[in-house]
Design a protein around this ligand. Sequence first.
Ligand SMILES: Nc1nc2c(c(=O)[nH]1)N[C@H]1C(S)=C(S)[C@@H](COP(=O)(O)OP(=O)(O)OC[C@H]3O[C@@H](n4cnc5c(=O)[nH]c(N)nc54)[C@H](O)[C@@H]3O)O[C@H]1N2
Ligand SMILES: Nc1nc2c(c(=O)[nH]1)N[C@H]1C(S)=C(S)[C@@H](COP(=O)(O)OP(=O)(O)OC[C@H]3O[C@@H](n4cnc5c(=O)[nH]c(N)nc54)[C@H](O)[C@@H]3O)O[C@H]1N2
Ligand code: SF4
Ligand SMILES: [Mo]
Length: 718
Amino acid sequence: MPHDQVAQGPTTDSHCPYCALQCAQRLGGHPVAAEPRDFPTNRGGLCQKGWTSADLLRAPDRLTQPLRRTADGLVPTTWDDALDDIAARVRALRADHGPDAVAVFGGGGLTNEKAYQLGKFARLALRTRLVDYNGRFCMASAAAAANRSLGVDRGLPFPLTDLDDADAVLLLGSNLADTMPPSVQHLAGPRARGGLVVVDPRRSATARLCDDGAGTHLQPLPGTDLVLLLGLLHVVLGEGLADVTYLDERVDGVEDVRRSVAAWWPERVETVTGVPAGQLRSVAHRLADASPHRGGRGAYVLTGRGAEQHVDGTDTVSAAISLALALGLPGAHRGGYGALTGQGNGQGGREHGQKADQLPGYRSIEDPADRAHVAAVWGVDPELLPRSGVPAVQLLSSLGTESGPRGLFVHGSNVVVSAPRAGGVRDRLASLDLLVVCDVVPSETALLADYVLPVTQWAEEEGTMTSLEGRVLRRRRHVDPPAHVRDELWIWSELARRLDAPGTWSTDASLVFDELARASAGGRADYAGLSHARLDTGEALHWPCPDPDHPGTPRLFTNRFATPSGRARMVPVRPVGPDDDVHAEAPLHLVTGRLLAHYQSGAQTRRVPALCDAAGGPHVELHPSLAARLGLDGAELVRVTSARGSMVAPARITRDVRPDTVFVPFHFAGDSLVNALTNDATDPVSGMPEFKVCAVRVERVADDAGPSAARVLQEVES
Ligand SMILES: Nc1nc2c(c(=O)[nH]1)N[C@H]1C(S)=C(S)[C@@H](COP(=O)(O)OP(=O)(O)OC[C@H]3O[C@@H](n4cnc5c(=O)[nH]c(N)nc54)[C@H](O)[C@@H]3O)O[C@H]1N2
Ligand SMILES: Nc1nc2c(c(=O)[nH]1)N[C@H]1C(S)=C(S)[C@@H](COP(=O)(O)OP(=O)(O)OC[C@H]3O[C@@H](n4cnc5c(=O)[nH]c(N)nc54)[C@H](O)[C@@H]3O)O[C@H]1N2
Ligand code: SF4
Ligand SMILES: [Mo]
């Protein structure tokens, strides 16, 4: 039954359930609706997903009771029976194969409290080292690069509003006009001064913000951002544009980087990237002129997934950081480097222990002092804590294999749609002895589970989220969940009890937050001075916030970097190019990404009617010259095929994409599942898969091409 539940009060102030901009919302009315609230990041704006978010509460197929797989498929069961049987099966797997027989896959949409408790549940209740999460698909490369150069990974080490005053912003592989629409307000200043530079192989909505003199769109070959950045560094370091005082005082490794970019003169960069040498030079000069050391109002270098989701993503971000350092930007108050975090709690979700090698507060699970600190908070012997696990792609491909886990818990990810080489992931999930999926709706992954456990969603729960600028915000409950829906904190406490786990397992989010704060104390992401009560009385605060009187830290690196020496480190890097590069049988680059109206695997937004109307379903963006070669003249169906699989969707002919490239959004499943094609090769440093580029061929699908074509046409038409 569509369900619009009992409200807690007339209105409740909270934040959007979707992306990391975490726009402020006010929930109220009958039926419940969301309205924007003023907040620095969204300034009274919401995108269409935010405006329609209350429809999630009324999803017609909302999960409302636990389900168990039988010969007849998934059937309702009781919580007690489900939890008893899950615990018994975990014990049996553990007895037969050891604690790593059960693994955990988490999500960057979980609140801080849940992300923290999930890591603790994996280590203390399941005793497994195998826990990782979908942030590995998202922020892992930016995080790895920031850690090695700046000593800490906070996506934006400055408030987003700092962009307002800048003269120049370089956006590499971010389409924020579609992925965080209200954030476009903060580009108004740089655009008015002609200083927006967008690097994207597509003329995206964000690239179009450069029109009419507002900036420059560079349209490189996919997968060549690293070469482009080396070219910009070549010009900055070679033409005397760098901030030499800053480099002397604050940065190590400059000479190694200078040598490594010597051979990347602009004309050579042009042959690899296709970006004209003159354009590259003028962008380098514009960034330098915007930088404080040359009297500019400020310059920012920002990366999105387009530059990061590659096998050399970490090195690409390292080059972006080197460029920012060369210009004297990080910590300068009027400039910096930042990565635009994606998921609602993509930032907090990567700080508190659901990552394979991590304990809360960005502590390391291999470091003896870190283990001792967290074990003391958990009230256990440090020896009890497992060691590091493996990153997400490796974890997923090991499921059900001879030496791999036989059971998996999934909390907040729809991996059969969103993981690379998704066909293989589906097979691996099917081979498990026990798959438990907690979700709000019957996602494609939930439909494969042995147990589906219905959980609360944003407007039904208390907690905190940490936004893209490292600000800790309160998520508040406005409505009661459906009667048999439970909070994951409750599920973990019940399972922990049944598994005789040590430690305490509170179901109260504010108490779990207090414990998280203690566990993070003294760590790089220090939340020790925060509590629900403090966040309720004041503004949202930026971490680190080490004590209750500390005002929070909107800007990092103003005096020192978070490295042991306090100095930043430039890392010399070399381009390697895509793992699956074009060749005769697959002559086109496939790039994947997002549409404004849909979110991620689409599990949530494909259930919101207004968003389905707006987005119109899956499609393949291709250039008119390619369309002519394929004999297409409209929205006919095309088949896209890579070495791993194929998909079918209607063509969308547009000059916004390069003639050698096709673009497909990843929000759709079934026959239009683009991750059936993507490559699961990963970045050797971060474990991030190469979602953004692989080699494909495209063919027109004949009108009588059989069942899958007919199905796609039917879906698109409905
Ligand atoms: N509407 C919507 N908003 C979202 C989300 C969503 O699913 N839908 N998801 C949220 C999440 S988790 C994330 S991570 C963010 C992602 O936010 P973005 O990074 O902005 O999103 P993408 O569309 O994945 O990729 C951005 C751009 O990269 C380009 N690109 C592809 N290949 C390359 C390349 O080789 N080099 C360069 N320079 N660009 C390339 C694509 O053409 C695309 O326009 O969005 C968040 N916001
Ligand atoms: N080809 C391609 N693939 C990509 C990308 C790309 O650019 N191209 N981008 C990648 C990126 S950046 C990301 S972040 C991933 C995201 O992809 P996924 O990890 O699949 O993320 P979502 O689709 O947001 O899935 C979240 C699921 O959790 C459920 N959910 C919501 N709240 C809760 C909760 O509190 N608890 C629980 N248990 N469940 C909840 C939702 O209903 C949904 O089913 O996709 C990656 N995949
Ligand atoms: S930009 Fe992100 S946080 Fe803001 S309304 Fe849209 S989806 Fe929600
Ligand atoms: Mo993401």
